[in-house]
Design a protein around this ligand. Structure first.
Ligand SMILES: [Zn+2]
Length: 236
């Protein structure tokens, strides 16, 4: 009896492997019924948001934006600004893509830094990143536009995900320093690389936003005293 069950389990497992491989390399699909239900939730949440904010709040938003930070982060659904900023409206100019890379989103980042005059350029990678996993393996069968984005991620193939995440953040900071080095030297811009670690791979606590790079400095001992408290500006 047990043997028969085991054989059935093994057969099911053998069948499941090509199916899951198919799903990851080919197209999976969603469900419009899920979408319809979710839109209702989204509308309810928007109503609650409106009720929780007065007209002055929205008037201020309508008057314009002066975001203190331009943020390049991953599109991953587990990464959101409420993890590190309780009031992001008007303060975080968000640029998101798979793998939080500068190259394919440069215009948006330039807009935030050069035209909205953000003081902080924050690159945020995250643990368990699918883009890093893909970039660290063979992604030759993926769609060309996805490949084009993954091609901008330069990490060691087959390494640990968190190591690839950190390397990629440091690479993106280096690319940003090439573009905005003059502004950094002039004291107009701080470029910071961080890892939002919900998997606690860095052992600093699940959910910690670990700062790993400030203006190219990656020495943890030096980062502990950076940025200097005196440089912090009061919230507006
Ligand atoms: Zn990601």
């Amino acid at each position: 009896m047990f043997k028969k069950q085991l054989a059935a389990l093994l057969a099911a497992a053998a069948f499941a492997i090509p199916l899951s491989a198919h799903a990851s390399s080919d197209h999976a699909h969603g469900d419009a019924d899920v979408a319809r239900a979710y839109i209702k939730e989204i509308q309810a949440d928007d109503n609650a948001y409106i009720a929780a904010h007065n007209s002055a709040f929205f008037k201020k938003l309508a008057a314009g934006q002066h975001p203190r930070a331009t943020v390049i982060t991953c599109s991953d659904s587990r990464v959101h600004t409420n993890a590190f900023d309780k009031t992001p409206e008007g303060d975080l100019f968000m640029v998101r893509n798979i793998g939080n890379q500068l190259a394919t989103a440069k215009g948006s980042v330039q807009y935030g830094v050069n035209h909205l005059a953000s003081s902080l350029l924050l690159v945020i990678g995250h643990s368990s990143c699918g883009a890093i996993k893909a970039a660290g393996g063979d992604y030759s069968t993926l769609e060309d536009p996805i490949k084009k984005e993954l091609d901008t991620i330069s990490i060691t193939k087959g390494g640990a995900n968190i190591d690839g995440v950190k390397t990629n953040v440091n690479n993106q900071v280096a690319a940003a320093l090439k573009e905005w080095g003059t502004q950094v030297k002039a004291g107009h811009l701080l470029v910071v690389g961080a890892v939002y670690d919900f998997s606690d791979d860095m052992k600093q606590g699940a959910g910690r936003l670990n700062i790993i790079n400030i203006n190219g400095e990656t020495d943890p001992a030096k980062l502990r005293n950076m940025p200097a408290p005196a440089a912090a500006k009061p919230a507006h």
